[in-house]
Design a protein around this ligand. Structure first.
Ligand code: AMP
Length: 285
């Protein structure tokens, strides 16, 4: 694989390769099996794979989170070296390559941007849209791969692609979990051992919620989820919402749900100072 730092050089190299389709996997590094699963899918489906590693300041609504975000470029490159082919590319730009001039664009995603992560992390999706649109304009991929761990991000990116008219197909890939069920995340490595031991309760509880939907109404399920996670100690639920799969519109009563249609139970949990998100698919049968 080739490691490229410059946006112009990346453009030129992709052009030189003249391969189709080009698959793109944007990441913020501190890679784990969740990221690698996206890279593996891209490698299977595409003739040329570009993986970017860039911690995007614009999407952090919290200065400490940006400062403490794990960075491990050497380990990342060694992991990617085992998955990527010789002509594939890792793009490791610095801030000047991504934002040569200040990006003042303001995106509007309507309801998609106003619920859950959009509500609790003001400006987050605007920053995500800024960086992803910039990366799409540099790499001009045919396919781009995103994890369903960030379910709302996938919906936002699809809407951004629609609004901007980019010719890229967005591929959403399943959540990869640790053996104990905790969704893999770069932030997991920031957890204390005690909170790491407790964190699997998040997915275990979501799994129970997914089966409760057949017999219980939504307020009861929400109550159960918050109570079960918080009684573990050290964990605090920021939100738990059940939303439809397309517009991410929160559903507050089971009577609003259609049978055999996909909904997602989405959660954000503070584990000490670390914020974790996860989700699970729910269906009324
Ligand atoms: P990040 O580096 O956190 O910005 O994530 C880069 C990409 O990897 C995003 O599309 C994430 O949704 C995806 N991703 C992160 N964790 C996981 C996971 N556990 N399973 C699947 N995809 C993931």
């Amino acid at each position: 694989m080739k490691v490229i730092r410059s946006a112009d050089e990346l453009k030129a190299q992709i052009k030189r390769e003249a391969l189709f389709p080009v698959g793109f996997v944007p990441t913020m590094g501190a890679l784990h099996e969740g990221h690698l699963s996206l890279v593996r899918i891209a490698a299977k489906e595409c003739s040329l794979v570009v993986v970017s590693i860039y911690v995007n300041p614009a999407q952090f609504n919290n200065k400490d989170d940006l400062k403490n975000y794990p960075r491990s470029l050497e380990a990342d490159l060694s992991m990617l070296g085992k998955v990527l082919a010789k002509n594939d590319i890792v793009f490791t730009p610095d801030d000047k390559e991504i934002y040569p001039v200040e990006d003042k664009r303001v995106f509007n995603f309507g309801n998609l941007g106003n619920v859950m992560e959009g509500l609790y992390r003001q400006g987050h999706f605007n920053g995500v849209a800024q960086v992803v649109s910039r990366l799409f304009e540099i790499a001009e991929p045919d396919l781009a791969y995103f994890g369903l761990k960030d379910l709302q991000q996938v919906a936002i990116i699809k809407e951004m692609v629609r609004q901007k008219g980019y010719k890229v197909r967005i591929v959403a890939a399943p959540i990869i979990r640790e053996n104990d069920g905790l969704a893999m995340s770069s932030r997991n490595r920031l957890l204390t051992q005690e909170l790491r031991n407790k964190a699997p309760v998040i997915y275990n509880t979501l799994s129970v919620a997914a089966s409760m939907i057949q017999n219980c109404d939504i307020p009861e399920i929400k109550n159960y989820v918050v109570r079960t996670i918080e009684k573990t100690g050290g964990l605090s639920v920021e939100y738990f919402e059940i939303v439809d799969d397309k517009y991410l519109h929160p559903v507050n009563a089971k009577s609003e749900m259609k049978k055999r249609k996909s909904y997602f139970g989405c959660i954000a949990v503070w584990a000490g100072k670390i914020r974790l998100i996860d989700n699970i698919e729910l269906q009324l049968v």
